[in-house]
Design a protein around this ligand. Sequence first.
Ligand code: GDP
Ligand code: MG
Length: 152
Amino acid sequence: MERTLVLCKPDAVQRGLVGQILTRFEQKGLKLVGMKLRQFPKELLEQHYSDHKERPFFPSLVGFMGSGPVVAMALEGIDAIAVVRGLMGKTNAREAAPGTIRGDLGMSFSNNLVHGSDSAESAAKELALFFPGADELVDWTPCTLEWSYSVG
Ligand code: GDP
Ligand code: MG
């Protein structure tokens, strides 16, 4: 099992798409193990996107992410990191395939609705950043587990 960080970006919250986005992850069979809505401080967002700090769009990206509330979720499942990235679609929403979140719901490169961790290292770093408390992520067993994964 893997855990990954998903953010519903400010455009998703403003457009009232958080429920639809969460539904896609739930329907796929990913387990929600943490969730919060916050307007996150600039310092945290700069740390979150530190890999991009030399890129020209870094200030506008951090500004956008801090411009309104964001919903942060921790999702768990087999290959959760890659599965989430697949459901999100390509970064530029105009190029994202139909059927993906960005492909179905967005038209922008920057305001592209969702973030998902891109590797095990990023997931560990990002989950610790957005869910620092020891009790913020919950271990639980969905009654659908065997039916979703055919395990056991
Ligand atoms: P992601 O992993 O698919 O979210 O994409 P990246 O890690 O490459 O970039 C992080 C975020 O920065 C993207 O989701 C976009 O919101 C934004 N972004 C990336 N590249 C560009 C760009 O060339 N221009 C602008 N305006 N925003 C960008
Ligand atoms: Mg990325």
